[in-house]
Structure formats: structure tokens, C-alpha cells
Design a protein around this ligand. Sequence first.
Ligand SMILES: [Ca+2]
Ligand SMILES: [Ca+2]
Length: 123
Amino acid sequence: MKLKGKISAIALAAVIAVIGASVFSAYAQGGQGAATAATSDEAAPVKHDVNKDGEFSVKDASALQKYIADYDVEVDEAQLDANYDNQVNIKDSTRMQKLLAGLVVEPDPDEIGKESEDIGKWF
Ligand SMILES: [Ca+2]
Ligand SMILES: [Ca+2]
């Protein structure tokens, strides 16, 4: 009777261990998936995400203004030129605010840098 109880306890412990391992495995796979997603986000930065927080918001226009004013602020320099004129100045911050307000739209990538009658609609 005592031995039978011990065997039951061992069997129960084994079942718990198997279930626990399955749950842990599923959790670990979920974690791995999340890590992969984070890696792909790093590969494609968000356009105009000046402050590198993963989204384009008014904070990016503010970070750009601080950068222009020579504050000690960390920025993604690749995201500063919002009006594609190869200069970084207050016009870029203004354009970011217009983009956020829906007053202007992003130009077609093929049109960036070209002179065009329609270029005014983007700026
Ligand atoms: Ca941002
Ligand atoms: Ca610019």
C-alpha cells in the first residue's frame, strides 16, 4: 500500500513535469517569435522616427527641433530630412507636423528629388 502510494506520487510528478515542459516549450516558442518580430522591426525603421521609439509622432518633430537647436538629443540622422531636400532644418519639422495633421502626404519614392508640377502637393 505504501509502495503503491509512492508509485502514484512518482507518476503524478512525471505527469506534472511533462505538462510543465509542454507549457514552457510553448512559452519559449512564443518568446522566440516575438524576438524575430523585433529583429524585423529593426531592419525596417519607421519613416521619420527621429527619436527611435518605433513610431512616428509629434515627439519626432520635437526631437528634430531640439536637434536643430543643438540640444543634446539622440536622433536617427537618416530620418531627419522629411522634405527630401538634402538639408536638415525647421522645414523638416514643419513638414512632419503637416504629415501628422494629414495636410500633406508622402511623395511616391520615384518622385523624390525630381522637379515636378505636382511636387507642391507634398510640401
Ligand atoms: Ca518616434
Ligand atoms: Ca529637409
